[in-house]
Ligand binder design. Structure first.
Ligand code: GLN
Length: 291
């Protein structure tokens, strides 16, 4: 009898995942099953695939307690990636927490475009502004072992995370992370082939309407001022003295900002200005070449 009663109470991986998926669904959490798997995997220190080889494994009291706490925080609006402390970006695992914006898949398009501008077999110089987690700078350094990459962020907290990621992904020696406002901390030196940035570009008035998970991300990483383009304008004006002749400014921008950004880049004297859309056909990337 006792055994049977215990069994009825046993929370196995299978049962826990089923229960949590439903709980998340009712609470309007995005991707309920995936989220349950990511958080359970994190609690049990195994990856998602391994969970499926352990569906009958019972959870002990401590494991259940830790997992329950994560469920509550997720339902309370904390992003999954802050709870697990990681986010995949361009095939690598970046460490993230509330100090930095969570890398988005759209930003992989920006990285891909920059990689095309950096030869594989020659040393290029790349500068990443508003680096946050360092996902752009570190990925470029990893994909182009000959490149020297510089990264800046206004916030010391973000610089700490970017440095952590550069070290953890084996690019510590080739990514120089500097704290400062845009280019302020970048010393005089050889010019760059590419200046790249995913700056904050959300219109200030839109911030309160963003998903509650996004509201947990650093406001400084999102708030682009009244029209969202404060930082785009400042970067466009400040970058040319740091770019080689023919070097490229490459920016991530927001949906609907293409025309305004084209205008900003043309007025700032860039050539071959072009706007590209992402897979959802939203304006997403802007490029200009320095004279
Ligand atoms: N892509 C982010 C969002 O949708 C904005 C990122 C940014 O401002 N650079 O909220």
């Amino acid at each position: 009898m006792k055994v049977a009663a215990d069994n009825a109470e046993t929370w196995t991986v299978r049962k826990v995942l089923g229960w949590t998926s439903q709980h998340f669904e009712k609470a309007n959490v995005d991707a309920p099953r995936l989220t349950a798997e990511l958080l359970l995997g994190h609690s049990l220190k195994v990856d998602r695939v391994t969970l499926y080889t352990q569906l009958d494994r019972p959870l002990n009291k401590d494991e259940l307690g830790a997992y329950r706490a994560l469920i509550q925080r997720r339902v309370g609006g904390e992003p999954t990636q802050y709870l697990t402390g990681q986010k995949e970006f361009y095939g690598r695992r970046f460490q993230v927490d509330a100090r930095v914006l969570i890398p988005r898949p759209e930003t992989e398009l920006l990285v891909e475009a920059v990689l095309k501008l950096c030869a594989k077999d020659a040393p290029s110089r790349v500068l990443d502004l508003c680096t946050g987690s360092g996902c752009i700078a570190v990925t470029i350094a990893c994909e182009r072992p000959q490149a020297s990459v510089w990264a800046t962020d206004l916030l010391a907290d973000a610089c700490a995370v970017a440095k952590l990621n550069a070290e953890a992904l084996g690019a510590g020696g080739r990514v120089t992370v500097l704290q400062g406002d845009l280019l302020a901390a970048v010393p005089q030196g050889p010019r760059f082939d590419v200046v790249v940035s995913n700056p904050p570009y959300v219109m200030a008035a839109e911030l309160p309407t963003l998903q509650r998970e996004v509201q947990r991300e650093p406001r400084a990483a999102l708030d682009g001022g009244a029209d969202g383009l404060d930082l785009v304008r400042r970067i466009a004006e400040a970058a040319p003295p740091y770019l080689k002749a023919g070097g490229t400014l490459a920016l991530e921008i927001g949906d609907g900002q293409g025309d305004a950004v084209r205008d900003i880049l043309v007025r700032a004297g860039y050539h071959e200005v072009r706007i590209e859309k992402d897979l959802a056909r939203h304006d997403r990337l802007a490029f200009g070449r320095a004279a």
